[in-house]
Design a protein around this ligand. Structure first.
Ligand code: FES
Length: 77
């Protein structure tokens, strides 16, 4: 998730970013990252006025895809 935030320029300030990343990890783990609306709803508790939200949604989708690819790669055939 940290790499996805870097790749998507999704960082906010030093107060907001740690909370966004922890919430983003939980968002994916708890299955709330199926689409943009679900991600936005799940992440809605992390508020600021600095508006990196579209980049954060992109980062979460990237991390979710990477997690799924890693799981498929580790499954026995
Ligand atoms: S990024 Fe932290 S207050 Fe906006």
């Amino acid at each position: 998730m940290q790499q996805a935030f870097i790749d998507n320029d999704a960082f906010q300030c030093g107060y907001c970013t740690p909370g966004q990343i922890l919430s983003a990890v939980a968002c994916v783990r708890e299955g709330h990252a199926e689409n943009d609306a679900d991600i936005r709803e799940y992440m809605s508790g992390n508020l600021c006025r600095c508006a990196a939200y579209p980049n954060i949604v992109d980062a979460i989708k990237q991390a979710k895809d990477a997690t799924q690819e890693a799981r498929h790669a580790s499954l026995p055939l």
